[in-house]
Design a protein. Sequence first.
Length: 195
Amino acid sequence: MPRVSRKQADQHRKDVLDAASRLFLEHGIDGVSVPDVMAEAGLTHGGFYGHFSSKEALVAEACAKAFEDRRSTYEGFIERNGSDRKAARAEFIKRYASKNHRDSVGLGCPAAAMCGDLARKNPRGPVRAAFATAMDTLVDRLAPVLSGKKKAATREETLAQLSMLVGGLVLARSTKGHPISDEILQSVRSALIDE
């Protein structure tokens, strides 16, 4: 069988990470096997170890990628709102605590999609480290957006708001199909926007 070029190998690795990132968000880390990821990427299972040393290494990179892929979602809110931080904050909160976001697990916030899985992972392992690093970066990126003032929200304010948003989304997803799910989303929006 002919060897693939470096360019093809790089593309295959990217395809595997794209597939893993989406599948882990949609189905959870333990709900997806390496063969599932490779099949989704259009590759055979045998090629996996040419790209990653273990499933844990793949999960760590896919986690970081999921956060990075959503970066553009968090950026641009202030500019789109004519530098009106209060309007940008309200838009972000309404979008985050929405039925559409609740129902789009594979395309939504990795923090909300993965936090349950990550709570059970090795606290000193690479997956937990990748998640914690990505969360730390997310807090810094969201500080300007989650401010209704002329200056960016403090780290503590950002963490509190992000915790309410993520927690509300996780609860809304966990109760989807029951009226309380929509009620949770509305409560989060009301509590954060009406402050």
